[in-house]
Design a protein around this ligand. Structure first.
Ligand SMILES: [Zn+2]
Length: 265
């Protein structure tokens, strides 16, 4: 019976019971993290009703977790996140994952460095999507976070892998972790799910500022050498240095605390 409960006494979802102990632990950690991160989408005004989703790759297994289809944000809990294979199939066929699951799976298969993804229809990103325009790099915050413009991806129909293919084609070799998909919305990638959520929040912020700037006139591009310098500083120098180098995943107990600690910055 002990295999059916976590250390904290919570029940282990049926899909997780047969996983090796270490993977099961990681899945449990990611389930909790996805609840927090979906709430961040709401808190930052990036989603309405049941739209939008976050997914997280399960390191050490060919699996990822994603939001269930059609569930309201108030009803999301750790157990409701759907465990999927990298083919985009739910491990438990009775569970219905997000309609964007095939595209998330495609990105995970083709971009091994990506371990988190976000999709939203946030208002200002969608305004750029509706005009089929990339967001030009006209703010230092864009140079910092995205290293240049936020590119435009192709129009693609929802439901299969076409969106994922467009995300991979557009972002491979690009500094930006966000792509404006034409006539649709924004997709972001990250080294983990939290980084992808951060990119989604920052993307909407600059999409709004540049959109507003356009209302009263032309925007002024930042010279490429300045963009390069800003990007390098922000990516490599900015922020607090860790007290001691530690490998990702080292110390399983620290995992749950990371989110709260980093979120407070
Ligand atoms: Zn969408």
């Amino acid at each position: 019976m002990s295999t059916d409960q976590h250390e904290d006494g919570r029940a282990v979802p049926a899909t997780d019971r047969d996983l090796p102990e270490e993977v099961r632990r990681e899945v449990a950690r990611l389930r909790d993290q996805l609840v927090v991160l979906h709430a961040e989408l709401v808190r930052n005004g990036l989603v309405v009703w049941t739209g939008g989703n976050v997914s997280a790759r399960v390191l050490g297994a060919d699996l990822f977790l994603i939001k269930p289809s059609g569930l309201s944000y108030d009803d999301l809990d750790a157990a409701s996140m759907v465990l999927c294979t990298l083919d985009g199939e739910a491990v438990d066929p009775a569970q219905q994952p997000s309609s964007d699951t095939g595209s998330h799976a495609y990105v995970y298969r083709h971009m091994p460095e990506v371990a988190g993804q976000v999709h939203t229809h946030s208002t200002y990103a969608c305004a750029w999507a509706a005009r089929a325009e990339e967001i030009p790099c006209v703010l230092t915050a864009m140079a910092d976070e995205f290293g240049g413009p936020i590119p435009l991806g192709p129009f693609a129909l929802i439901g299969g892998e076409d969106i994922g293919r467009g995300v991979v084609e557009t972002l491979t070799g690009h500094r930006s972790k966000a792509v404006i998909m034409q006539n649709h919305g924004v997709f972001t990638i990250g080294k983990d799910a939290k980084a992808a959520v951060k990119a989604a929040v920052m993307c909407e912020d600059v999409a709004r500022s540049v959109h507003i700037a356009r209302q009263l006139g032309e925007t002024v591009p930042i010279p490429q050498d300045a963009v390069d310098s800003l990007y390098d500083r922000y990516q490599n120098v900015y922020g607090q240095r860790p007290a001691a180098p530690s490998a990702p995943g080292a110390g399983a107990d620290a995992g749950a605390g990371t989110t709260a600690e980093e979120a407070s910055r």
